[in-house]
Design a protein around this ligand. Structure first.
Ligand code: SAH
Length: 318
C-alpha cells in the first residue's frame, strides 16, 4: 500500500496479541484502520469446541472463515507445551489406519490459518507454546508453499519466535518434496510415516506407496540426511499380523542403518470402522534395539478425547 515498513510491523504485532479486528489496532491512524478494514479480511479462527483429556491434553475444533473446521491439540510435557496442528482441511492420502482420510481433501490451509492454530492455542489455553508439530490433519508436503511460509512466520523473532529445532514435520513420504525440503536449510525435524518395511505391505496400508516405492523413498531420506545432517524419525504403528513380524523388524533395521534413521513406534490408535489390531510396540522397540536400531515408543496422549495420532477428523462446522 506504499506505507512505511513499520506499519506492517505494527499490524504483525497486533495480530500476535490476538486482535480480532483492525479497529482494535489503536496505534494506527483511524484512516488507515478504515482502509485496512475495507481491503482485507481478518479471518481469526473461532474455537467451536474444546475438550480436555485426563492427561491434560487439550483438543480444539476451530471454525475457519468459510465454514470449514479443523482440529489442533496442545500436549503438555515437562519441558514445555507443544501444539499439533492441521495443515489441510481433510486429507487425500487415504491411509487405511487413519481417521483423517475419511472424507477426502477439501482444501489447503493458508499460512495464516496454520499460524493462528498455534497462536490461538496458546492464547486460549494460557499455555506458552514452545514447540509445534505438523502432525494433525493433512499432508503438509502437499501444501508445500503455504507450509514453508508458515514455518518462517512462526519462527519470526517479533512473532511467536518458535525455534526450528522445536518444530517437527511429518510426511507420508512425498519423494520429490522431501528433496525440495532438504534444500531449504531448515533445522526442523523431519518425520516420515513408514509403517512397513516392504512394498507389498506398505501398498496395502498407504496408497502413496503405489506412487513411490521404498527404494525411492529411502534414497530420498538418505539424501536428506546427507544434505542436512539431521536424522529422520520414522513413524511406525505396529499392526498385529500385518507389519510386526520378526522378518519385517530385521528389514526395518536394515533400512534404518542405511539412512541413519530412528524408529518412533506409535501404539496403534482405534479409529471408527477399522478392524486393525494393535501390535506390541514395547516388544518391537526392544527387538529393534537388539538389532542395533534406535527405537522409541511415542507417548500416547489424549486418546480418551480422540486426540491421539490418527484420530483427528474433519468435522462439519455447524
Ligand atoms: N500426513 C502426515 C502427517 C500426519 S502425522 C503423515 O502421514 O505423516 C500423524 C501420524 O500418525 C502419522 O505418522 C500417521 O501415519 C500416524 N497415524 C495415523 N493413524 C494412526 C493410528 N490409527 N494409530 C497410530 N498412528 C496413526
Amino acid at each position: 500500500m506504499g506505507l512505511p515498513a513499520y506499519r506492517a510491523g505494527q499490524v504483525f504485532r497486533w495480530l500476535h496479541r490476538g486482535a480480532g479486528s483492525f479497529a482494535e489496532m489503536s496505534d494506527l491512524p483511524k484512516s488507515l484502520r478504515d482502509l485496512l478494514e475495507e481491503k482485507y479480511r481478518l479471518s481469526a479462527l473461532t474455537a467451536m469446541r474444546r475438550q480436555e483429556s485426563a492427561d491434560g491434553t487439550v483438543k480444539t475444533l476451530w471454525r475457519l472463515w468459510d465454514g470449514n473446521a479443523v482440529e489442533s491439540v496442545v500436549m503438555r510435557y515437562h519441558y514445555g507445551n507443544t501444539v499439533c496442528i492441521s495443515s489441510q482441511v481433510g486429507c487425500r492420502q487415504g491411509c487405511v489406519f487413519c481417521a483423517s482420510s475419511g472424507l477426502g481433501l477439501v482444501r489447503d490451509l493458508t499460512a495464516g490459518e496454520m499460524l493462528e492454530e498455534v497462536l490461538y492455542s496458546g492464547l486460549e489455553s494460557g499455555a506458552k507454546i514452545t514447540g509445534v508439530v505438523l502432525m494433525g490433519i493433512g499432508e503438509p508436503l502437499e501444501n508445500y508453499e503455504n507450509v514453508m511460509r508458515f514455518l518462517r512466520l512462526v519462527n519470526a523473532e517479533d512473532g511467536l519466535n518458535i525455534g526450528m529445532r522445536h518444530i517437527s514435520l511429518s510426511t507420508c513420504g512425498l519423494v520429490p518434496q522431501i528433496g525440495r525440503l532438504a534444500e531449504e536449510d531448515l533445522q526442523l525435524t523431519l518425520s516420515v510415516s513408514l509403517h512397513a518395511p516392504d512394498d507389498e505391505t506398505r501398498k496395502k496400508l498407504m496408497p502413496i506407496a503405489r506412487r513411490y516405492d521404498l527404494a525411492a523413498l529411502m534414497e530420498a531420506c538418505r539424501a536428506y540426511y546427507e544434505r542436512t545432517g539431521r536424522r529422520i524419525s520414522f513413524e511406525y504403528a505396529p499392526i498385529r499380523g500385518v507389519n510386526d513380524s520378526p522378518e519385517q523388524m530385521t528389514l526395518l533395521a536394515e533400512h534404518m542403518r542405511r539412512v541413519h534413521g530412528h524408529v518412533n513406534l506409535i501404539p496403534l490408535n482405534r479409529v471408527p470402522g477399522s478392524q486393525l489390531e494393535p501390535g506390541n510396540a514395547r516388544e518391537l522397540a526392544r527387538r529393534l534395539q537388539q538389532l542395533g536400531c534406535n527405537a522409541t515408543v511415542r507417548r500416547r496422549l489424549g486418546a480418551d478425547i480422540d486426540a491421539a495420532c490418527g484420530q483427528l477428523r474433519r468435522k462439519e462446522a455447524t
